[in-house]
Ligand binder design. Sequence first.
Ligand code: KGJ
Length: 354
Amino acid sequence: MSLDTTAPHAPPVPVQPAARPYPHTGVTPSGPGGLRRSVVADPGMCGPLASFVARVGDWTWDAVGRAADLDVCGARGADGDPCYLSFHHLRLRTGGVGRDRAEPRRVTFGDRLDLRSRCYDAGRLSVLTSHRLAFATGADGADGTDGADRADGADGAVGDPDDETRAPHPGSLRVDVLNTWVTRGEHGGNAGLLRRPPVGYDRTLLPSRPDALDPTLDCRAARTALAFPDPARAHWPVAPGPAAAVDHEIDPVSDVNGAGLLYFATYVTLAERALYRQWRERGGSRGDFAARALCEARISYFGNADPDTVLRLVPVTRTDPAEPGYEKTDVTIRDVTDGRLLAVALFRHRFPPA
Ligand code: KGJ
């Protein structure tokens, strides 16, 4: 035990030693295509939503590599060219209400998290990975559970098809990610990626994706309607204020990944930045923007772009007429030069948390 010496005039306050180390990268297999991972949140995955999403991306590649028994980072096609397990669709949903909502931004240094992931064969060279993440309350589940129960609920095992479309439980969040194997076309560059399997990829090692987890129809609709289908909120009016299109020149300092592609998490950063700028132009404060609770974030990736490209982001925000602090924003990302659609994103926020 050590003593707090920062307040010399106050009686010494005993400081408890930090909990004993948690298995930082503890990973155990969990049924077909599945794994369970113990995580201690480190600075690299905390703060910006995109940092958290980037970590989910790393977990996804690792999970697929284990499930399909493949070196995902070193994958190459029959011609020897690199193949990338590209991010095609990502949907993050948070469980809980008010300040107890399990939001990525609530994750802070040292949090113990319990991750359950399962990879599914999603056809056409695609893999769907479903992640469920719960805040654990002690190194070994000091609340009397082992943390995993909190991720999945007591009433459904991971992999139970009946369970797969469930919204996340209070205290947990889920992220469903669709990845597709791609390579660069014969002219190189990022604009015309092609579907291509790497040598050694055996989709039969993965269980089949439950139909309810298939995002294809929604993504196809989003591509034409520039918003994901959402009949329950179709009556929400567009919030008054400027459309606030934001142009962004792809920044080689921060936007490009180690393979020279526009990083999938960068799309999230740019879309959120467009949202923030529009919020400010509507008169919202910095503090209020940060105080909003994220209910859902979703993005479909339709194309990539070369580093000299200028992107145009257009956010359209709608407000719940029955609860003015409840908003959703659809964001499109295009190549300014030819108008090519690169992505459609969605964010749903509640403010103030209730
Ligand atoms: N999500 C789900 N389904 C989709 C999506 C999507 N985003 N887009 C299209 N689909 C569905 C369509 O509805 C079609 O369904 C089918 O997929 C083929 O679409 O009508 P159906 O056949 O039933 P499409 O557009 O014809 O596919 P392709 O032309 O073959 O293009 C697929 C690509 C994956 C090549 C293309 O969508 C693409 O380039 N997407 C961008 C991927 C990307 O750049 N991601 C971020 C890059 N970075 C990373 O991934 C990484 C690893 N990183 O670290 O940054």
